[in-house]
Design a binder for this molecule. Structure first.
Ligand SMILES: NC(=O)c1ccc[n+]([C@@H]2O[C@H](COP(=O)([O-])OP(=O)(O)OC[C@H]3O[C@@H](n4cnc5c(N)ncnc54)[C@H](O)[C@@H]3O)[C@@H](O)[C@H]2O)c1
Length: 316
């Protein structure tokens, strides 16, 4: 008798929760269609303390210049002291009043913690953390030296663990902040010749997504998450790589990419995938057969993206 009542209660809960989720799904689909046509609200980041790792070149530098224009206080980290200083100089030219540069090798946990403590003492609690520093080996996995594979994981994802450990507690305490992960489209789909890089970017996305959910479960809704998955950007990091169908999947210009990223942060957008055509490819990836995936991957050039990879050769 008691067992029967319990079974009915479970069935009723299942029914009610299913109806609730179906109604919410319909509501949220309509909401996103309507929001698509309405101008989005953008938050004010003047006075926010923005930390960018890998700020010494590429999109890290360009994002710093965008935040300088928006009146944020900048905390710039890079292993490359010269590049970082140059970003600081350019940011001041753009009107930034407070710019703090720190030389930090993000692949080293102890160094991340040490520099983070220094930042907290000298500048204050970071409110927007942008994990952007990244490296690529650019070799077939079997030819990649162990040291480079390890370094790729340390810079591209493990550094994110340590910066979150260092700066997230203060964001949680004030229920205010923003975690930004510059991942990659290579974190959503495997690529021939990018095995360790893809592994690190898949991990970075899984990590950022999971911590985002932990924050929601803890009702820390004031701490936002943005996960960025761009295709190739013309910064030098992937020099030599080319797109098979550039009209459909163009190599992105760094200025365009950095503006889109900062805009996504201001709109508190959770995911940003660039270019838009990639949204379709990723949606299809999860529903089509593996064989069809290979045919389409070949069609889009996924087997040959890295054939002419040279990477960054010039020093910024
Ligand atoms: N360029 C692309 O095609 C592309 C595409 C998708 C994602 N991304 C990602 O965007 C981010 C920025 O890339 P980018 O194109 O501007 O490259 P970039 O090489 O211009 O910039 C990377 C920066 O990270 C710094 N860095 C490297 N190792 C470091 C370390 N151990 N500690 C601290 N700083 C370190 C470098 O000095 C450099 O300033 C990376 O995470 C990259 O994986 C790039």
């Amino acid at each position: 008798m008691v067992g029967g009542l319990e079974e009915n209660r479970v069935k009723m809960n299942f029914f009610l929760e299913t109806v609730k989720v179906l109604l919410l799904t319909i509501y949220l689909i309509f909401e996103s269609i309507i929001l698509w046509f309405l101008p989005s609200r953008r938050k004010n980041v003047a006075g926010e303390l923005v930390l960018i790792t890998g700020a010494g070149s590429g999109i890290g530098r360009l994002m710093a210049l965008e935040f300088a224009r928006l009146g944020s206080t900048l905390v710039l980290w890079d292993i490359n002291q010269e590049g970082n200083k140059e970003t600081s100089r350019l940011a001041k030219e753009k009107g930034a009043v407070r710019v703090h540069t720190y030389t930090c090798d993000c692949s080293k946990k102890e160094e991340v913690y040490r520099v983070a403590d220094q930042v907290k003492k000298e500048v204050g609690d970071i409110t927007i953390l942008i994990n952007n520093a990244g490296i690529v080996t650019g070799k077939k996995f079997i030819d990649s030296p162990d040291s480079l594979v390890e370094k790729t994981m340390q810079v591209n994802v493990m550094a994110h663990f340590w910066t979150y450990k260092a700066f997230l507690p203060a964001m949680m305490a004030s229920n205010h902040g923003h975690l930004v992960s510059i991942a990659s489209s290579a974190g959503l789909i495997g690529v021939n010749g990018l095995a360790d890089y893809c592994a690190s970017k898949f991990a970075a996305i899984g990590f950022a997504e999971s911590v985002g959910l932990e924050l929601l479960a803890l009702d820390k809704t004031g701490v936002k998450t943005t996960i960025v998955c761009p295709y190739f950007i013309n910064t030098g990091m992937f020099d030599g790589c080319n797109s098979k169908w550039p009209r459909f999947m163009p190599i992105l210009e760094p200025e365009y990419a950095s503006k889109k990223i900062v805009d996504a942060i201001l709109k508190e957008q959770v995911y940003l995938v660039m270019p838009r055509s990639l949204y379709f490819i990723f949606a299809f990836k999860n529903i089509m057969s593996a064989k069809l995936g290979v045919v389409l991957g070949d069609y889009f050039g996924a087997f040959h993206f890295m054939d002419h990879f040279k990477g960054r050769v010039k020093k910024d």
